[in-house]
Structures are given as structure tokens and as C-alpha cells.
Design a protein around this ligand. Structure first.
Ligand code: ADP
Ligand code: MG
Length: 284
């Protein structure tokens, strides 16, 4: 334990950057080098019975860190008697959620630019045999406050490492209401396609400022709408500046049948992402 305490002594923690379900993330400076990090402090007590989640998060991050510019990098991890600490590159630009809340919805070219990057990062993690399973605007971070900051996929706390033929083995219902794919509810096994469904929800959110399957509705309504793929680009006034190509991209992601839902590689070449089909305002 002495050695571990020594490790925590190497960092001085500062302000809180964010909170999730099981962790608080703090700014931390490495005392020797003066370098800043984001330190995810996971309480062992809160994780009791779910210790495998932290182990998975660390092993997934070790596998993919530094492999893609749009995935957060884990630098260091250690534990004390009470906590597990994960030290990441500091993303100073906050969550995508906060950016949408503060500036409102994104114009199509900006949204497509972000979605293309997220899609590329999803393709990368899927190629590594990893499913994120909790993609949402709270888990997408900007590396700086600049308008053209890089977007980073964070929070691999619910992720799973899978071999292609073992998708049927993952049957637990997990994720965040409003972002959960139909096949997850069905509990007959799910795979990487759940991340594509979430990408569809994120794209819808970016373009409108709200999500298609309303979290405020009852869980029965949410379930029925998700299972049936019942959503609309409404109220119309929020969608007049969005091209058919943008709506088409969302529809492809929100294909109810996971077998027919395109993979990240295929979606990466969608016409909407290359920016040629965006809505152009009338000059009159
Ligand atoms: P949880 O698994 O509990 O949801 P997250 O990994 O999502 O934990 O972290 C919670 C919040 O902390 C994030 O939504 C974000 O606001 C902040 N955060 C996480 N990682 C970083 C980072 N590398 N840089 C800056 N803030 C971060
Ligand atoms: Mg989170």
C-alpha cells in the first residue's frame, strides 16, 4: 500500500471536472513535471460487486490508448485502499452536451464534421474488438475550448471486449435511456451495432438540440418507440435547415434491425459526412 500511496503523492488534485455514476473526475497536476491530467477517482465502495467494470475499463483503455486521435488516452492508473485512479489526457473543452446546451444546436457542416470524427473513432474501437455501449454527449469531450477542438470518445466504463462470434453472450441491459438500441432491450445478445444506434441519436441531438426518443416519456413508451423505431423529425421548425442527406444519415443509424444497420466503416463514406449534400440557405 505504501507504494500506492506514494503514487497518489505524485499528483496534486484540484478542481472537479465532472461526475458520472461511479466516479468523480478531477484536474490533477503531476508534481514533478507540472503536466496536467484528468484524474478519474473511482470509489471502491461504490463499485462493490462491480469490480469487473473498472478492470474492463483499464484493460480496454490499455488496448486502445494512443491508437486514435479521437479516443481519450489513459496515461497512468493506480489504487489506494479506498479508490482506483485513472489519469487521462486533460480535455479542457468540456462535454459535447455542455457545448450544445451553451451554443444551441449545431449547423449541418459542423455537425457532420464532428460525426465523421466520432464515426472514425467508433470504427477504430470496433476493429479493436471493443464495444463502447454508452456513447452519449456526456461521454464525448473536447480537447480544448476552441471552436475547432478535437472531439474525444471517453468513458469506457461500460465497454466490453468481444470476439465476433460471441456477441450473443452479451445480454445484460445497460446504457443510458434514450440511447439504448432495440436489440439491447430484447436481451438476445448485442454487438457493435449498439454504438451505431447511439451515433444516430447523437447526430439527431446535434442537429436539433433534443433526442428522438424522449427520456421524459414513460419507460414503457420509450421501450415501444425504440422497439418500433417510432420517431420523427419534428417539430418541423427545428428541421427546416437540415438536408434530406442529414436525415438519411440518422435513419441509417437508427435502423431497428441490427443486422441491417450499417457498420461504422460503411457509414464513414455516407454522402452526408463528406459535406456535399448539406442544406444551403436561400439567398432571396
Ligand atoms: P462515469 O463513468 O462515472 O460516467 P466519466 O469517465 O464519464 O465517468 O467521467 C465523468 C465526467 O468527467 C465526464 O462526463 C467529463 O465531464 C469529465 N471527464 C472525464 N474524463 C475527462 C478528461 N479526460 N478530461 C476532462 N474531463 C473529463
Ligand atoms: Mg460518463
Amino acid at each position: 500500500m505504501a507504494e500506492n500511496d506514494n503514487m497518489t503523492c505524485q499528483y496534486q488534485t484540484g478542481r472537479t471536472l465532472g461526475r458520472g455514476n461511479f466516479a468523480v473526475v478531477k484536474e490533477a497536476v503531476h508534481i514533478k513535471t507540472g503536466q496536467y491530467f484528468a484524474c478519474k477517482v473511482i470509489s471502491k465502495k461504490l463499485m462493490e460487486g462491480r469490480e469487473n467494470m473498472v478492470r474492463t475499463e483499464i484493460s480496454v483503455l490499455s488496448k486502445i490508448s494512443s491508437g486514435h486521435r479521437n479516443v481519450v488516452t489513459l496515461h497512468d492508473y493506480f489504487e489506494t485502499a479506498n479508490n482506483v485512479y485513472l489519469c487521462f489526457d486533460l480535455c479542457t473543452g468540456g462535454q459535447l452536451l455542455q457545448r450544445v446546451c451553451s451554443r444551441g444546436k449545431f449547423h449541418e457542416p459542423d455537425a457532420a464534421n464532428l460525426v465523421k470524427k466520432i464515426c472514425g473513432a467508433i470504427e477504430y474501437i470496433h476493429k479493436c474488438g471493443i464495444i463502447h455501449r454508452d456513447l452519449k454527449p456526456e461521454n464525448l469531450l473536447f480537447d480544448s475550448p476552441a471552436d475547432d477542438a478535437e472531439i474525444m470518445i471517453a468513458d469506457f466504463g461500460l465497454s466490453r471486449v468481444v470476439e465476433e462470434d460471441k456477441f450473443h453472450a452479451i445480454i445484460e441491459v445497460c446504457g443510458t435511456p434514450g440511447y439504448i438500441a432495440p436489440e439491447v432491450y430484447q436481451q438476445r445478445g448485442h454487438g457493435p451495432a449498439v454504438d451505431i444506434w447511439a451515433l444516430g441519436i447523437i447526430t439527431y441531438y446535434l442537429l436539433s438540440g433534443y433526442i428522438p426518443f424522449n427520456r421524459a416519456s414513460t419507460s414503457k413508451q420509450l421501450y415501444d418507440n425504440t422497439m418500433g423505431g417510432f420517431y420523427a423529425f419534428e417539430p418541423e421548425r427545428y428541421w427546416v435547415n437540415v438536408s434530406d442527406a442529414g436525415k438519411g444519415f440518422i435513419r441509417r443509424c437508427l435502423t431497428v434491425d441490427p443486422e441491417s444497420r450499417p457498420g461504422a466503416g460503411v457509414l464513414g463514406s455516407d454522402e452526408w459526412l463528406d459535406g456535399k449534400k448539406h442544406f444551403v440557405p436561400d439567398k432571396t
